[in-house]
Design a protein around this ligand. Structure first.
Ligand SMILES: Cc1cc2nc3c(=O)[nH]c(=O)nc-3n(C[C@H](O)[C@H](O)[C@H](O)COP(=O)(O)OP(=O)(O)OC[C@H]3O[C@@H](n4cnc5c(N)ncnc54)[C@H](O)[C@@H]3O)c2cc1C
Length: 457
């Protein structure tokens, strides 16, 4: 196995989110040169779009170890590890200072969108000499498209820019696209958008933390503007399945989201539509009609003013067409990760630690890391991504033992189960899950009891 050569071409990093910048910090620590391309006008550009949302994991889990060491050497003061930052605070108190460090700053290019990656002179089909030629990274920058050469490419571009549509079959329709001025993808800043939402009828679609955050803010608005009506449409068989681990969650703030939303549902401040398989959205007399199969019956919910779609994200691999990739056909994650994170099988946010070996692609020296490595699976945590890039950089710099080491302990979600289809809601016996072959465990085997406040009652 060839290791990358020091003092030759740089490592190219795509995306200046927390994982891309952690990769940069790891490379700096190992004396490797890099060039980082960020499409936005600042690092953390995607996070700033949900900057108003408070994270559920405390600072302790949100900072990369190598990045923190570099920051501390520069005289930076760490935030209190127990505090929960908002997305904006994560950017302003951690990512920006990190990106401004000497040794990092001069290698970051903002307003630089990567639009193509290839091997020099060779399309995907050509094998001969493939491993010996550099990568060419095509970047839209300064009003032009420029090619940069690199010996390694680490794609940490996230998935935030590619939201899923509202149709439950995942298809984007023209009628949905035509209504995009009245549909918000992600988590709206309801306080800033008070005029848009007050006294309106709003449908929130999705069952994850993003949907729950949007709902909590909309209910707060409803307390002030009582004609505000809120629907919550989700595909789960029962709304209870969206509440998560609640008191059992290793991350208190994540558990509290479930507790708070349950209270609002129980007090009928939110009209729940579940299971709702949406198959269309249309404008009728200036309002929107949302149609689909609601609990087995074809149903249309009318008079909707505004919609929040929080149905998750999908990775963009279109600019990687000339790279040999191994992507799972269902999860669209890095292939080897799929069995660990497939939401059809696992309910866990905690995943067995993994590193370079699992992330390795058929294209030598090309890696997909961070949120994008999880594809469509919604359970990615920063701590997992930091461990990914630590392991990848250790491997690239010849520390093969370090690359294989596991340096990750994640808090449990409190609702871990495997084989959801068969176990959840049928088998109520406590489940013991160990490291071997399970999704859920950290380094220590854990015993979980599926509680009545999770999906299984
Ligand atoms: C609302 C919300 C709350 C979350 N809370 C937590 C939490 O509490 N704890 C936790 O561990 N995780 C949390 N996550 C999950 C996850 O950790 C974050 O999504 C995190 O931002 C992922 O980091 P990333 O670096 O992989 O991707 P991103 O942060 O999305 O960064 C990717 C970067 O790449 C750039 N980019 C995209 N395409 C290109 C391109 N073609 N060329 C160049 N640049 C490009 C983007 O502009 C962006 O800056 C949360 C996620 C969301 C959405």
């Amino acid at each position: 196995m060839e290791q990358i050569q020091k003092n030759s071409l740089p490592v190219a990093i795509i995306g200046g989110g927390p994982i891309g910048l952690a990769a940069a910090a790891q490379l700096v620590k190992n004396g490797e040169s890099f060039i980082l391309f960020e499409a936005g006008n600042t690092v953390g550009a995607s996070i700033l779009e949900w900057g108003h949302v408070r994270m559920f994991s405390p600072w302790q889990y949100n900072m990369d170890k190598a990045a923190k060491e570099l920051l501390l050497e520069s005289g930076w003061t760490s935030p209190d590890e127990a505090d929960l930052p908002t997305g904006r605070e994560l950017v302003e108190e951690y990512l920006l200072p990190l990106s401004n460090l000497s040794g990092i700053k001069e290698h970051i290019k903002t307003n630089a969108k990567v639009v193509g990656v290839a091997k020099k002179g060779l399309d995907k089909l050509k094998t001969e000499n493939r491993e010996n030629v550099p990568f060419q990274v095509y970047v839209e920058i300064d009003g032009d498209t420029k090619a940069f050469e690199a010996k390694v490419v680490i794609d940490s571009s996230g998935t935030w820019k590619n939201p899923n549509p509202m149709l439950s079959n995942g298809i984007w329709t023209k009628s949905e696209q035509a209504l995009k001025d009245r549909i918000y993808y992600g988590i709206p800043n309801v306080h800033e958008l008070e005029e848009r939402y007050k006294n309106k009828t709003i449908m929130v679609i999705g069952s994850g933390h993003s949907a729950i955050n949007a709902l909590l803010d909309l209910v707060e608005l409803k307390e002030k503007y009582q004609n505000t009506e809120i629907y919550w449409a989700l595909r789960k068989k029962h709304v209870r399945e969206a509440y998560g681990g609640q008191e059992n969650d290793g991350l208190q703030a994540r558990g509290e989201l479930g507790i708070r939303i349950q209270r609002l549902v129980d007090s009928k401040q939110i009209a729940v539509l579940t299971p709702f398989y949406i198959n269309g959205v249309h404008e009728v007399n200036g309002k929107m009609n949302v149609s689909g199969d609601l609990n087995g019956e074809e149903t249309t919910i009318g008079n909707i003013d505004d919609i929040v779609v929080s149905t998750g994200f999908r990775p963009d691999t279109s600019y990687l067409n000339e790279i040999r990739l191994s992507i799972d056909s269902a999860v669209e994650s890095v292939e080897a990760l799929a069995p660990l994170i497939d939401p059809n099988i696992h309910s866990c946010g905690t995943v067995r630690p993994h590193g370079e070996e699992e992330l390795r692609q058929p294209e030598k020296n090309f890696y997909i890391v961070g949120m994008k490595s999880y594809g469509r699976a919604p359970t990615f945590l920063l701590a997992t991504g930091y461990e990914q890039v630590r392991s990848v950089v250790a491997y690239l710099t010849g520390d093969l033992v370090g690359a294989k080491e596991v340096q990750l302990e994640l808090p449990e979600t409190g609702v871990c189960s495997t084989n959801l289809a068969s176990s959840c809601c049928e088998d109520k016996s406590p489940v013991t899950i160990t490291n071997a072959g399970s999704c859920c465990s950290g380094p220590i085997p854990i015993k979980l009891e599926i509680k009545s406040n999770s999906c299984c009652e």
